[in-house]
Design a protein around this ligand. Structure first.
Ligand code: C2O
Length: 557
């Protein structure tokens, strides 16, 4: 591989959307941010210089960071934030991965505007395991707030109430024509007939899973989270925040006399408030390439008025059964070239409940729940609190006292009917607890949704690893019956998985990457409320199994 250099200047930029101008935090003044392109095996050196009043860090979501944990980016986990006027050089090599990922700010809610695509091409002369596309197009979904998102989350944390929702969803930063005052801010994809396009879909929205569909066109899913999958056809893609999906779109053999809408709008499984609006872009056929005369005549007729706009049908907002079936279709290629390296044996089993709950509320805060409680989110009733220093430094220099404890529970503190009527005595507690794993532990983790405040799908993201989704079910996980049905042959390999609303998923990963690795719900509001934890993976015995010391420019807290 080669070394590629990027410079990320974090600066404020005035941007106008929905007829309102505001100053947002950006990379190099761009919104969405610049695209990072590399080939498998390349080294990336990305110098981030902070010119804004906010502290910042950047995370390379889905990059494995094999023995380069200092470059992973989550604030207070692998590094202290880059303060105003400071720089930090992110230095990592892309090993054993190719596909679509993305980068985003990883502190507070700054990723609302600080994000962009990562495209990892296969090594030179290595083809895709699907038809070579004519063109590749990243489409990043996001959310647009008229308000300052830092104020939105800080206010919510102060009052204990749910934060305000966004004012629009966006495609490549553009809300599209279904929003007021937004027609000129529309993403347009111009296509030629009879060609194959590779759409690199990325969900960078803060808080919303999205359905995506293109009117009158079938999509073929070929990759998820930068791992090739068994290709399958679908009208609609479902994508959670933190997930990426590559789809092939084959254009019609002749340019039709119509423009097609590409649309994305929420899949909502939980009780939290949301915006049910739709972001749309236009799929426009190149008229010049319209081959037959009949079409040309029709086109002339249409010259002065707009071509008819065809809208796609999308599943209903709460279509949990679509979600379940769609996710079951995502399977590893599992062939000789791209084997599914799922561990057949397991060293340690964990059972984590994930969901919202009520927990302690300090006197200075407004407490919305009964008996001085407020809404928090937790894993095994631990609502995780980030320390004032970085977990990875504390671990590496063996100064963990007062930073974290090693007693994150492997199982929930109480057994109850997780997806039924919640018991009244299940309070969550705040803490900074981690799980310590010896090098190369083979982990099996069951993630169980709870309905303490309401069942809801949670897109759980693990840093530092890909994992295999070996099982999925509705209701409560049954440790006696369900493991027999686990798929150890061709399970999906991902970095973010939706824990089904009112159900569970089982994942497996091999802890072969020393460091401290964050795991959290990629719905930012849930992360803010504490739905997060960290795994500490110890060094192996041999030199190449150890985490090297930190770079000299690693920011200090
Ligand atoms: Cu995409 Cu911890 O994040």
């Amino acid at each position: 591989g080669i070394t590629r250099h990027y410079k990320f200047d974090i600066k404020l930029q005035k941007v106008t959307r929905l007829c309102q101008t505001k100053s947002i935090v950006t990379v190099n003044g761009q919104f969405p941010g610049p695209r990072i392109i590399a080939r498998e095996g390349d080294r990336l050196l990305i110098k981030v210089a902070n010119h804004v009043p906010n502290n910042i860090t950047i995370h390379w979501h889905g990059i494995r960071q094999l023995r380069s944990g200092w470059a992973d980016g989550p604030a207070y986990v692998t590094q202290c934030p880059i303060q105003t006027g400071q720089t930090y050089l992110y230095n990592f090599t892309v090993t054993g991965q190719r596909g679509t990922l993305f980068w985003h700010a990883h502190i507070s809610w700054l990723r609302a505007t600080v994000y962009g695509p990562i495209v990892i091409l296969p090594k030179r002369h290595v083809p895709y395991p699907f038809p070579q596309p004519f063109k590749e197009v990243p489409i990043v979904f996001g959310e647009w707030w008229k308000a300052d998102t830092e104020k939105v989350i800080n206010q919510a944390l102060k009052t204990g109430l749910a934060p305000n929702v966004s004012d629009a969803y966006t495609m490549n930063g553009l809300p599209g024509p279904l929003y007021n005052c937004s027609a000129k801010d529309t993403f347009k994809l111009k296509v030629k007939p009879g060609k194959t396009y590779l759409l690199r879909l990325i969900n960078a929205a803060l808080n919303t899973e999205l359905f995506f569909s293109v009117a009158n066109h079938t999509l073929i899913v070929v990759e998820a989270d930068a791992v090739y999958v068994k290709p399958f056809k679908t009208q609609t893609v479902l994508i959670t925040p933190g997930q990426t999906t590559n789809v092939l779109l084959r254009t019609k053999p002749k340019a039709p006399i119509a423009t097609f809408l590409m649309a994305a709008r929420p899949y909502i499984s939980g009780p939290v408030s949301f915006d049910n609006s739709t972001t749309t872009g236009l799929l426009e056929y190149d008229k010049a390439s319209s081959p037959n005369d009949k079409n040309k005549k029709k086109e002339k007729k249409n010259e002065n008025n707009k071509l008819p706009l065809v809208r796609p049908a999308l599943p209903k907002l709460n279509d949990t059964s679509f979600s379940f079936k769609y996710n079951q279709k995502i399977l590893s290629l599992a062939n000789a070239k791209f084997p599914a390296k799922v561990s057949k044996t397991v060293n340690r089993k964990f059972f984590f409940t994930v969901g919202l709950g009520l927990g302690p509320c300090s006197k200075r805060q407004a407490c919305q729940g009964p008996n001085n409680t407020r809404v928090l989110a937790a894993i095994n009733n631990v609502s995780f609190v980030l320390p004032n220093t970085a977990l990875l430094q504390a671990h590496f220099f063996n100064k963990t006292k007062g930073v974290y404890t090693k007693d994150f529970p492997a199982n929930p503190p109480f057994k109850f009917n997780y997806t039924g009527n919640p018991p009244s005595n299940i309070l969550v507690n705040k803490g900074t607890k981690v799980v310590v794993l010896p090098y190369e532990t083979s982990v099996e983790l069951v993630l169980q949704d709870t309905s303490i405040i309401g069942a809801e799908s949670h897109p759980l993201h693990l840093h530092g690893f890909n994992f295999f989704v070996v099982g999925r079910g509705s209701g409560n996980f049954d440790a006696n019956k369900d493991p027999a049905k686990f798929n150890l042959v061709d399970p999906a390999e991902r970095n973010t998985v939706g824990v089904p609303s009112g159900g569970w998923v089982a994942i497996r990963f091999l802890a072969d990457n020393p460091g401290v690795w964050f795991m959290h719900c990629h719905l930012e509001v849930h992360t803010s409320w504490g739905l997060k934890m960290a795994w500490v993976v110890l060094d192996g015995k041999r030199p190449h199994q150890k985490l090297p010391p930190p770079p000299s420019d690693l920011p200090k807290c």
